[in-house]
Design a protein around this ligand. Structure first.
Ligand code: XUL
Ligand code: CO
Length: 439
């Protein structure tokens, strides 16, 4: 197979003092951290759309990067993208990838033609997977780019569009199953509204749930054993997306009896767009038993949109991995880099710098998260802070034994309870965090 990324070697771990730019300084895949190898803990995945398709196009100008990889004609380009993908997975030592149906095979003029193109590409990718041992973390359907979806897909005002989306999702689930995908994602791009003046919100939400129920039942009927995920995002492309944040999504899933069927795919930049920290969204998912997978990236705090930058903020990554470890680690999920190089970083080499940046920063995050857990002071502080719920009246509250009368009696006997109100010690804990991370 002809090399596409010529002159770029396999990226290897060289340690923090290494001087060459193209190597890992902190990601040492086979080193054990927290009882598992870093490879197992982090389960990195490459995003097909940003890496093989995104060409730097923005609202003010055309693409700055050529992603045809020397090929011409839609299907030849699609094959070249697949070859480029597997060369990147190999050279970057990434085990997984994620795709939308339209990333791997360009949409045809009709649904039948689009499906035929997928049927041509899927065996090609399957063969590359077999040869390399690389795996599919999750698949999804792009039900937001084509103009037919301008009013949404599952939440479209046209039943015809709903049916088209269902057909597209059916096929996307089939190819995910065929390629052994560990997950299938619903991300509600355009599943929302621009104005309530033209929107039947109740029907749109009911329909979205109907589509998800149909998809889950179909997936299970054809043998899909992986996880279904829903990926919250508050806005963009629509003004208001129904999958606003983790809490909103959980309420939706419960209302429609879908909570046993879906976990969450939490994305960092979507969390900050919803005015939450990434850690908050992960914690909400975890305490509700719905933590599934992660789209790793970061936004720019000074910009109000989804910039999808590679995640280089080590604090955020450390607190993210702290949440992941506390939630029991990944099972079917992983860390998908839903991230793109900046428009002006337009050479093939920039893709490598970008992934190295994200992987090394997450490796640092993992190392630090494990140190925080081993150090134990923060966990101990939290445990001690709630100690009153482990005995006496607190234990009765937790077990459900306490009645309003009993609580009143207790409060009357107690008198002033201010003596039981202690400092939250935030700055003390922030000092510990820095000491453990950098000491
Ligand atoms: C868009 C986004 C998507 C989903 C998959 O903001 O995150 O790429 O991850 O459709
Ligand atoms: Co995403």
């Amino acid at each position: 197979m002809a090399e596409i990324f010529k002159g770029i070697p396999k990226i290897e771990y060289r340690g923090p003092k290494a001087s060459e730019p193209l190597c890992f300084r902190f990601y040492n895949p086979d080193e054990t951290v927290g009882g598992k190898t870093m490879r197992e803990q982090l389960r990195f995945a490459l995003s097909y759309w940003h890496t093989l398709c995104g060409d730097g196009l923005d609202m003010f100008g055309v693409g700055t990067v050529d992603k045809t990889f020397g090929a011409s004609g839609p299907m030849e380009i699609a094959r070249a993208k697949a070859l480029a993908c597997f060369e990147l997975l190999d050279k970057l030592d990434i085990d997984f990838f994620c795709f939308h149906d339209r990333d791997i095979a360009p949409e045809g003029k009709t649904l039948a033609e689009s499906n035929a193109r997928l049927d041509e590409m899927v065996p090609f990718i399957e063969e590359l997977m077999k040869r390399s041992g690389k795996k599919l973390l999750w698949g999804t359907a792009n039900c937001f780019s084509n103009p037919r979806y301008m009013n949404g897909a599952g939440t479209s005002c046209s039943a015809e569009v709903f049916a088209f989306a269902a057909a597209q999702i059916k096929k996307a689930i089939e190819i995910t199953v065929r390629l052994g995908g560990a997950g299938y994602v619903f991300w509600g791009g355009r599943e929302g509204y621009e104005t309530l003046l033209n929107t039947d919100m109740g029907l749109e939400l009911d329909n979205m749930a109907r589509l998800m129920r149909l998809a889950v039942d179909y997936g299970r009927s054809i043998g899909f054993k992986g996880d279904f995920y829903i990926e919250p995002k508050p806005k963009e492309p629509t003004k208001h997306q129904y999958d606003f944040d983790a809490s909103t999504v959980l309420a939706f899933l419960r209302k429609y009896g879908l909570d046993k069927d879906f976990k969450l795919n939490v994305e960092a930049n979507h969390a900050t767009l919803a005015q939450h920290t990434f850690q908050h969204e992960l914690r909400v998912a975890a305490v509700n038993g719905a933590f599934g997978s992660i789209d790793a990236n970061q936004g720019d705090l000074l910009l109000g949109w989804d910039t999808d930058q590679f995640p280089t903020n080590v604090y955020d990554n450390a607190l993210c991995m702290y949440e992941v470890i506390k939630a029991g680690g990944f099972t079917n999920g992983g860390l998908n880099f839903d991230a793109k190089t900046r428009r002006a970083s337009n050479t093939p080499e920039d893709i490598f710098h970008a992934y190295i940046a994200g992987m090394d920063a997450f490796a640092l995050g993992l190392r630090m998260a494990w140190k925080i857990i081993e150090d134990g002071r923060i966990d101990r502080f939290v445990s001690d802070r709630y100690a009153s719920f482990r005995s006496g009246i607190g234990a009765d509250i937790v077990s459900g034994k306490a009645t309003m009368e009993q609580l009143e009696r207790f409060a009357l006997e107690q008198g002033d309870v201010r003596a039981f109100v202690h400092s939250g010690r935030q700055e003390y804990l922030e000092n510990i965090l820095n000491e453990v991370m950098f000491g």
